[in-house]
Design a protein around this ligand. Structure first.
Ligand code: GLC
Length: 421
């Protein structure tokens, strides 16, 4: 009832702000898990209250694939797409082709975490509205850890030892397909996220520091990537070097992994009626590395909604973005897709906490998460990241030594930086 009256009020507000005639809008989005299905549900509500029609243009779930396509469309001035779902790292690279949302959202922007709003603000322009934020978790099988008298590992070394012991014993007892640890090793943006976590957890820096210094070629970074390499084909399947989020979740959710690194979206799916691990898992922060500066590190992720400068329905598109990022819709998305809200109050919402306990628990994790160096490297971020994930992927696959690969990476980044980012 509360939701319905809020939606009616929202519908009235849309009419009052002057949506004169019905528009046909299109929104382009890739997503993981049930993301697109939940988006469709929200759009169905929007269509009823606004009278507008909205088509989803579905994309692959890889952010790297999406980015490549969106760059091309925007460069060509494509007016078929009104709204883009954008990754947190893209704001500086796409800013010029997106509408400034500052004025239109000034009544609601204060509800969101200032740091997230900041990440989507480029030279004073709000280029996208926060939809949900992201910070990964170490998913672990409570039942298996209990069976072998283990607790959630605090270091990567402990994770590897626990994973190996449980994997070996369970396989011997007949669970032939069980692996210790699944994560995202494909050569794409997701590997940048995973590897930044390893490197930071060893005190090896952020690839490029907030002041623009290229820091990646250092012994802690080498040690961190070498440790990850030691997992491949021991506790992680050889195929992990081709895994993205959904491949990792596939192994995990069928009960074939002791540990998984993944984003919160995997939580509600893991608790779903058709999940083999329903009621059998919990989450913990990612493990720390070793050494003086060891810490647990999570890469900051998240998604936003932006209006294309080439949209012929900008006014309606902005209304749609405001609807989808509203408190009611973020709450629905939190409960149904276990996405972390960007609206501060929702972390105190009892219904969310009950339905998806990871959400209130993950507030501090995302607030302390490490950003990828998209702010300091600006329009060159995508190249920085692809050089990084390539160096890491080569190292994991045994193509060149990690030390040599990071040295080459440093040279590539130095060239890319030129006289400044
Ligand atoms: C998640 C994050 C996003 C990141 C992507 C990498 O979707 O929210 O920021 O780029 O994973 O695969």
């Amino acid at each position: 009832m509360k939701l319905r009256s809020a939606l009616m009020a929202f519908g009235a507000a849309v009419v009052m702000t002057g949506t004169a005639h019905a528009a046909n809008l299109s929104i382009v989005s890739g997503d993981t898990g049930n993301g697109l299905a939940v988006l469709r549900e929200k759009l169905d509500i929007y269509e009823k209250t606004s009278g507008n029609k909205v088509t989803i243009v579905p994309m692959p779930s890889s952010t790297t694939d999406q980015f490549g396509q969106y760059k091309l469309w925007l460069a060509a001035g494509n007016s078929d797409i009104d709204v883009y779902q954008t990754d947190v790292i893209w704001a500086p690279q796409l800013a010029e082709q997106l509408v400034d949302l500052t004025e239109a959202t000034k009544d609601v922007i204060g509800q969101h975490f200032p740091s997230i709003v900041q990440s989507q603000t480029v030279n004073g322009k709000l280029v996208a509205m926060p939809l949900f934020t992201d910070a990964p978790a170490l998913y672990y099988r409570k039942d298996l850890l209990e069976k072998y008298g283990k607790t959630a590992p605090k270091t990567w070394a402990e994770l590897a030892a626990t994973a190996k012991e449980i994997q070996d014993k369970e396989r011997a007892a007949g669970a032939k397909d069980l692996w210790g640890f699944v994560w995202q090793g494909n050569a794409y943006e997701g590997l940048t996220c995973n590897a930044l976590e390893w490197v930071m957890s060893y005190g090896g820096g952020q690839i490029v520091e907030p002041d623009g210094e290229i820091s990646i070629n250092n012994p802690q970074a080498v040690a961190a990537i070498e440790e990850a390499k030691s997992w491949v084909n021991t506790i992680s399947p050889p195929g992990v070097l081709a895994y993205q989020e959904e491949e990792a979740r596939g192994v995990w959710q069928t009960g074939n992994a002791v540990f998984m690194r993944n984003w919160p979206y995997a939580y509600s799916l893991g608790e779903g009626a058709d999940s083999a691990i329903k009621g059998k898992f919990d989450v913990a922060p990612l493990p720390a590395g070793t050494g003086d500066k060891a810490r647990s590190a999570a890469t900051l992720g998240g998604w936003n909604l932006a209006v294309s400068k080439y949209s012929k329905n900008q006014k309606e598109a902005i209304d749609l973005v405001k609807f989808l990022t509203s408190k009611e819709m973020q709450k629905k998305q939190a409960i149904e897709a276990s996405n972390l809200p960007t609206i501060i109050d929702l972390y105190d919402d009892a219904e969310i906490a009950k339905a998806v306990p990871i959400i209130p628990r993950w507030k501090d994790v995302f607030l302390n998460a490490v950003p990828r160096p998209s702010a300091p490297t600006k329009v060159k971020y995508n190249e920085v990241s692809s050089n990084f994930w390539t160096a890491v992927h080569n190292s994991l696959a045994g193509s060149g030594t990690t030390a040599d690969n990071l040295e080459l990476l440093e040279a590539q980044l130095t060239k890319l930086k030129g006289n400044g980012w």
